[in-house]
Design a protein. Structure first.
Length: 347
C-alpha cells in the first residue's frame, strides 16, 4: 500500500511538471513524448575512504569505494537491480516504480570509485502495447539482465513476467518490449516474492531466482534456460536471508546478493557464492557465504548486483541499494575487487 501511494505521488508530480508528457495520466497512459529525459545527479563519497583501513577478513577481497547518489527528480530512487558496462564506465538500473536510469561512474587513478558524472538519463519502462505502466502493481521491476545475443531483459513481480527490450542506443531501455516465454511455475510465485535475480550466464542461458515467501524455511524458486527450454530448481535459503540479485563469476561460479530483514534494526546484507552448480531438474542451489557486509561499511537496503571480470582475472563487484523513497534510506553504489584466486581459497 505504501509503495502504491508513492507511485501515485510520483506520477502526479510528473503530470504537474509535464516531464514525461501525457504518459503520466493514469486513466489513459500513452508513450512518453520524451523518453528518456536528461537529469542531473549529485554524488559524494561516503566513509570509509581510500585512505581508511578496511579489513574485510576475506582473502583476496578488497573494498573499492561507496558513493551516495541523489537527485531532485521525484521519480529517482527505488533502484532494484543494475548492470555495469564491460569497460566499467557506465551503469544501467531499473526501479520498482517502472523507471530506468543510466549514468557514468568516476574512478581515481587507483581504480577507486569516487563519484558519478552529473549528466544522466531517466526513462520510463513501457508495456508490450507501448504504454506506460499505469500502476505500481504492474510496474514492479525487480531484476535486470543482458539478453542472449543483444538487448536486455527486465523481470517484474506481482504480475510475474519478463520483458525483452532492444534499443539501437547504448544501455537503453526505451521503446516497446516483447514478452519472453517464462518457466511453467513462475506465475505461481508469491505476489511480492517473485523474480529478484536474473542473469545471463556465459554459456548463453539465463538464471533466475525468486525472492520467495516470508517463511524462511522454504526454498526460493529458481530456473535456468531460455524460451521454452527451462530447468526448474530450488535455491536454498539460510538464516532469514532472501536472494535479491545474482551475477556470474569465473569458472562457472555464481555470486548472489542476499538480504535479511525481520524488523527495525535487523537489516543484514551478504554476498554468497554458488560454486559450479549442476543445473538439472529439481536440483538445489546451495549458496555459501563469501562476506556479510560489516558495519564498518555503509549498510543499506542493497538489492542490485553486477560483476565485471577483466582479462587479468580480477572481478569487480558492484551493489546498489533501494531507498524505498524513504528519507531514512539511501541510494548507495558500492564496489569491491576480488582476486582470481579468491573463490578457490574461500570455499
Amino acid at each position: 500500500m505504501k509503495k502504491t501511494i508513492i507511485f501515485l505521488i510520483i506520477t502526479a508530480c510528473l503530470l504537474i511538471s509535464l516531464t514525461f508528457g501525457v504518459s503520466a495520466k493514469l486513466n489513459k497512459p500513452e508513450q512518453p513524448k520524451i523518453n528518456p529525459i536528461n537529469i542531473k545527479l549529485t554524488s559524494k563519497q561516503i566513509a570509509p575512504l581510500e585512505t581508511d583501513h578496511v579489513d574485510l577478513n576475506v582473502a583476496g577481497l578488497k573494498y573499492k569505494g561507496a558513493i551516495l547518489l541523489e537527485c531532485i527528480h521525484p521519480a529517482f530512487g527505488g533502484l532494484s537491480d543494475l548492470l555495469i558496462s564491460k569497460d566499467r564506465k557506465s551503469f544501467l538500473a531499473v526501479s520498482d516504480m517502472g523507471f530506468w536510469l543510466k549514468g557514468e561512474m568516476i574512478y581515481n587513478d587507483n581504480n577507486f570509485l569516487i563519484g558519478i558524472k552529473p549528466e544522466a538519463k531517466l526513462g520510463q519502462l513501457l508495456n508490450i502495447e507501448g504504454k506506460t505502466l499505469s500502476s505500481k502493481y504492474h510496474a514492479d521491476a525487480e531484476a535486470l539482465s543482458h539478453a542472449p545475443g543483444s538487448g536486455f531483459l527486465v523481470a517484474f513481480e506481482r504480475v510475474h513476467r519478463i520483458n525483452y527490450f532492444k534499443s539501437p542506443h547504448f544501455f537503453d531501455l526505451s521503446g516497446i518490449p516483447s514478452r519472453i516465454n517464462p518457466p511453467e511455475h513462475l506465475k505461481e510465485q508469491p505476489n511480492n516474492g517473485g523474480i529478484e535475480s536474473l542473469t545471463l550466464l556465459p554459456e548463453g542461458r539465463l538464471l533466475m531466482i525468486a525472492e520467495g515467501d516470508t517463511d524462511y524455511e522454504n526454498p526460493s524458486y529458481a530456473a535456468v534456460g531460455i524460451d521454452d527450454n527451462w530447468i526448474e530448481m530450488e535455491y536454498q535459503r539460510q538464516h532469514d536471508y532472501r536472494p535479491t540479485s545474482a551475477a556470474p563469476l569465473p569458472e562457472r561460479n555464481i555470486l548472489t546478493l542476499e538480504r535479511s530483514y525481520t524488523g527495525p534494526g535487523s537489516l543484514k546484507i551478504r554476498l554468497c557464492i554458488i560454486k559450479q552448480p549442476e543445473f538439472k531438474s529439481g536440483a538445489i542451489l546451495r549458496p555459501k557465504q563469501l562476506i556479510k557486509i560489516p558495519n564498518s561499511l555503509p549498510v543499506d537496503n542493497y538489492e542490485g548486483l553486477d560483476t565485471i571480470t577483466t582479462n587479468d582475472g580480477r572481478t569487480f563487484i558492484y551493489i546498489i541499494s533501494d531507498d524505498n523513497y524513504s528519507p531514512v534510506q539511501h541510494t548507495i553504489l558500492m564496489m569491491f575487487e576480488m582476486d582470481k584466486s579468491n573463490i578457490s581459497n574461500s570455499l
